[in-house]
Every structure is written in C-alpha cells, then in structure tokens.
Design a protein around this ligand. Sequence first.
Ligand code: GTP
Ligand code: MG
Length: 549
Amino acid sequence: TTCLQRVDTFLGRSFGTNVVADQSETPRKDEAEEKDGRKSFYAVQAERQEQAERSVLFSCPSRTSERKILKYLSRHGEIKKHFSYESYGMYAVAEFENRESVDSILEGAAIPTASHESTVPFKSRLLSVRNLGPADSSNQQSSKHDQSQTTIPINELMKRLSREGSIAQQITSLTEAYQLTDENIRLRFLVCSLLRDIAAAYFPECTIKPFGSSVNGFGKLGCDLDMFLDLDSISGRNIKTPKSGLLLEYQMKRTNSERAVTQSILSVIGTCVDQFGPGCVGVQKILNARCPLVRFAHQPSGFQCDLTANNRVAMKSSELLYIYGQLDPRVRCLVFTVRCWARAHGITSSIPGAWISNFSLTVMVLFFLQRRNPPIIPTLDHLRDLAGPADKCVIEGNDCTFVSDFSKIQLQSNTETLEQLLCEFFEFYATFTFTKSSINIRKGKEQNKPEVAPLHIQNPFETSLNVSKNVNVTQLERFVALCQESSWLLQQTETLTPTGGPTPWGLTTLLLPSQIAGIKSRKKRGREAASERIKGLLESLKNKNQQKS
Ligand code: GTP
Ligand code: MG
C-alpha cells in the first residue's frame, strides 16, 4: 500500500461515537480505554491532541490535484490521514505517521518574499503549497474537497426530514446532519495545537485544550471553538519542600490575584496571536469579562475562537456533558433536536443577551431525562459516588469529582422512544413550576429556588451560581409558550402523519415559524387569546393539508 492510499475518513458516524479514533491505527493498549470499548474523555482528548501535533495545515492552489500534492508531501514521510475542505480557498490537513516528518516539512519550507510587503518570520504549521508550474493538464478542475465544514441550511434540512418515515427517524437524521464530523473535530484540535505553538514561545510546557461543544459531544457544525490555555501542568508545582537543607525556587513576578495573572497572560498571548499568528484576524481582548478571553477568527479553518485561561471548571463541565451524551444515544439526539428547535424559534441566539444559552438548554434536557421513570441518566451525585480515587477533583474549593470509567455506570432500562421523549420534554417544561423550582442535575430533582430569578438552573459545580442568571421573564415566557405549542402540535393527527414528500410533518412542523412567534407577554393574554392561538394553529394545519391534496 502506498502512503497516498486514502484512509476512509468517514468512520464511526453512528451514535455515541462522534469522537472516534481513526480505526486505521492499531489500537494502543491505553489503560484509560474502557472495557466496554468507550474511551474516557481524557483518553479521547489525549489521542486527538497527539494526532494534531503530527498534523500540518496547507493552503492549496485550486488547480492542482490533491494526488499531486500528497505525492509531494509524502516525500517527507508517511501520511496517516488526510482530508481537504474549502474555507476562503482550498485547504488540506495531513497527519503524518511521525513528528519527524513535520520537522522535515518545516525545514524545507521557504520564507515568502513579497516585493511590497514585509513578513513576520514566525514559522508555524500553516503552510501554502505553491504551484510553480507547469500547470496540471490532466486535472484542470479544482480538486474535490471531502466535505463541507458547515451545516446544511435549515430549509434544506426541513425537506430532508420531511421525507423520513417516522419522527424518531427525523430526530436521528437531524442529529446526523448537524453533529461535528471526525474531520471537523480533528481540525479543531489542530487549531488548538497551532495556537499552542504561539503560546509556547513564553510557556514551553503549556497546552491549549478545546472545551465546550467542540468536545462535549453536542457540537453542531459551525459552532465556535472554545479553548483554554492550560498552565497547570507546568512542572515544578508539586515539588515537595524538604524538611531541612536547601531548596531552589524560581523567582517569579507576583500580582495581587489569580485573575490579574490570567488577564496579563491572555493580554500578551492575544497580542502575539494578533501580530504573529498567521490566519488569525479580528483579535479582540475581552479581559474584563467574568471569564477573561481573547476572541478572534481563525480564517483557514473558518472557526470563531474564544481563548480563555485558568478555566478548569469549564473543562469538567465539558467532560460531564460528554459522559451523559455517551451513556445513551437518545441523550445526544434529544439535545440536538431541542437546540435546533430553540434556534429556529429564536429562543437561543449567537448574540449574548437575555436568551437561554445552549449550555442552559442542554442542562434542561439532561434534567428532564433524569426525571423520567425510570430515569434515562443518573444524577451527578450518583456519578460522584461512583468515582474512584483517581477521579477526585476539587477546583477552587468546588467538588468536581465524578466517575470517568463508563463500565462503572449502570443504567436503568427505560425504553421510551425518541418521539415520546420529545413530546414529553415539551409537556414537562410547558407545565414546570419555574416560579418556585430550581433545575438541579446534581440531585436530579427540582429544588426550591434559592434566589429570585425567572429561570434558575443550578451550576453543577459552582453550586451557589445560577447558569441562567441572564434570562429575563420575557424569554422564559416565550420558551414556555413554544413548549406548549409544540406539545400541542405533537398530539395532532395532522402533525403525526408522514407526508412522504417535502411537505412538512412531524418534527419539521415544529421547526416552522411559530404561529405565536409574535407573543409579547403571555400574562396579558387571557384565555381568549389562548383559544385564538389554537384556532390559528388549526387553520394552519388545515391549509397545510389542502396544499398536500
Ligand atoms: P455552543 O453554543 O455550541 O458554542 O455551546 P457551548 O457548550 O460550547 O457553549 P459556550 O461556547 O457558550 O460555552 C462553552 C462552555 O463554557 C460550555 O460548554 C460550558 O462548559 C461553559 N459555560 C458556558 N456558559 C456557561 C455558564 O453560564 N455557566 C457556566 N458555569 N459555564 C458556562
Ligand atoms: Mg462554544
């Protein structure tokens, strides 16, 4: 076999294996690999990070065949995996078998000379392939790229979903269309690795890790890339002080708070990203936020990036969501569907504000699944009780301990279908006592609200905090009204009958603009208004059926 041989890049797109290992590799005897085949969050992270370190990102001329480029690159060593994509031009990622190949590639690369411009001679693993001719006569058209790195437009998705034969299939199909692909996850880790190279100029032992939806299993193509600069693993932190004799200590700059250290480090790294980072544009330092960050766009990947530091709790949240998502395939499906539904109705937004965030919405779905009878997923307290000594984790006084080994988690046998669950989800929140109760996934039971806030969702790790503090009454009311409407719609024969064609039915009906989208405040509308609403819905269903016949 040649090193050009294409590795099938489309492995394991089935449920629960969104983050998959490249099966062309011989499996490593990794002790973190679980007995039931599911890898712990850390094993997946470590593997992806290591793959990224052996990878190089190339901007490719559009009129040169992929084959020719690969042949050229493979002079430096075996390419284990490659894929190409389009984003402001053609790009290719090549993962080499050995890190030495990457060094060899970089050694042979030229520093560009531009007659009217000057360049910052910062060398990175983002390179351009230049075709100095003669042109490729055999392959004039641009090389075919594997896959789009963005989602299909909602209208196209609606047509696709309408052709499905059941609501459960629609939910599955939506999840498959939206979830991150293996390549997209690789690209996310590669961008982190490229940034690490910049930060490593100051902190050679640092790592930059993705967190949030890039790694928690709930990421949708096109979601932002949340990263954090990890300086905790720098050696020398845990050196035991001898009882007597001499000890050497680094002299280090001191500031008055951890926050001030984070801000100054992010400020410097932000400047480096801005001034030296190839492909990094629109760098903004948002250092006074609750969680200071540097925001920028990474053009070659098309990712909107948020770089934070000292954010280990967020990493634990990502791991927790990952575990829940891997426990039962219905978890991810329901989260994707509810997120998509919420986005279609403007319940969530990419602009920060009084909206419910995707994170809050995900916690709401998890809570609902804990409240089923029997529960589909265990409580966080239960996951904590299953933890072994190696899982122990306390961050800034907060207990973030929970089990990481899947084989220790026993599930109860709940057989509810996705269709039932979706319907029940809307019913659950249409009638939830938001005025009194707080959503609490640690206990898996609603608790009395500790403070006044329209929506109270206890932060799973910083338990005195409310993750939905930003949500105002209007937004909560819109959410509840839409839950009522969707629950009602899912009980109508018209909604439940497959149309067999592009006409909306089932889940697609729920994604259509709401009949009550204009709702201002439901308080001001009496019973009369409610019956008007139902009338309007009936009319719309009738019209739809007329269109069909
Ligand atoms: P996307 O909308 O797909 O980006 O989802 P996301 O989960 O990545 O959300 P986001 O980018 O807003 O935040 C990234 C991560 O930060 C989340 O996954 C959480 O771990 C954490 N996070 C976000 N918002 C909150 C919050 O309000 N409270 C807490 N405690 N953590 C949050
Ligand atoms: Mg995010």
